[in-house]
Design a protein around this ligand. Structure first.
Ligand SMILES: [Zn+2]
Length: 270
């Protein structure tokens, strides 16, 4: 007789995929196991005990059985449903951005409690009566830090000189700000406006989302998001090739069959 090993964990549901007639594959982010995928059998049947307890964005307590490939959800009970997050499109899109970011930047089964706590903090912040305008950028700045990619915003990444307000640069490749002297010598560096840098620094030093009270013009908000997005895209492509990136590599490989020593292909297609 096969013995079933069970374990319990809280988790945020990052993603759901339908499988077959009535099942779903859930991507969960847990405090003790990092990201993991599990199967919820029969969850799409109307009489399923699990239905309603495995919603996207919710904080749920799970009991899982260790499976050969995927673990299997045996029980699920919603702890915090974050109803407001699902009820309002703007909050939903902020939460979706954050969940997608975590899904793309984290490997499976690598514990990172900081990331889990940031997810909980973001969803609670977005569920509050007044959600902060800069929630997604706050989340991105801090989750990058929790994953070891903290953007360097106060010292030049090249010469370590303190960054003063002025004609500074940001380099996604170097992971931070360059001073007016070093910036022009780094090909990947782009000018960063003083206001954008100020907002990023404010977000980085405000560790509690509830204390983020800054309200900025939409153009400045967009510029801050663009700097973070470009940095994150670079990390995703470098560390964790996504399907789209792998497709591009495969396409490039087909177009250039005589380039076996291409370092990008060698690194990206592992
Ligand atoms: Zn410098």
């Amino acid at each position: 007789m096969r013995r079933v090993r069970l374990y319990q964990t809280d988790a945020i549901v990052l993603r759901r995929h339908n499988l077959g007639e009535a099942d779903r594959i859930l991507t969960l982010y847990t405090p003790g196991h990092g990201k993991l995928r599990a199967i919820a059998k029969g969850v799409r049947r109307p009489n399923s005990r699990l239905a309603g307890h495995v919603e996207l964005f919710s904080l749920t307590h799970f009991q899982l059985a260790v499976g050969r490939e995927l673990d299997v959800v045996t029980q699920a009970e919603t702890r915090e449903p974050f109803r407001q997050v699902r009820a309002e499109l703007e909050r939903t899109s902020e939460a979706y951005y954050a969940l997608d970011l975590v899904d793309r930047l984290t490997p499976e089964r690598l514990e990172n409690r900081g990331v889990y706590e940031l997810l909980c903090a973001l969803l609670r912040g977005l569920d509050a009566p007044r959600a902060p305008q800069l929630a997604r950028s706050w989340f991105a700045v801090h989750v990058l830090g929790a994953l070891g990619y903290r953007p360097q915003l106060t010292q030049c990444v090249a010469c370590q000189a303190p960054i003063e307000p002025g004609a500074n640069y940001f380099s996604h490749l170097s992971g931070g700000v360059l001073c007016p002297r070093c910036g022009p010598t780094e090909p990947s560096a782009r000018p960063i406006p003083v206001d954008v840098l100020k907002v990023l620094r404010y977000l980085q030093r405000t560790t509690d989302l509830g204390h983020v009270r800054l309200v900025v013009a939409p153009a400045l908000q967009g510029a801050v998001e663009a700097v973070l997005r470009a940095y994150i895209e670079l990390l995703v492509e470098r560390q964790l090739p996504t399907e789209a990136f792998l497709d591009r590599l495969r396409r490039d490989a087909r177009l250039q069959p005589a380039a076996p020593a291409d370092p990008v292909l060698a690194g990206g297609a592992r």
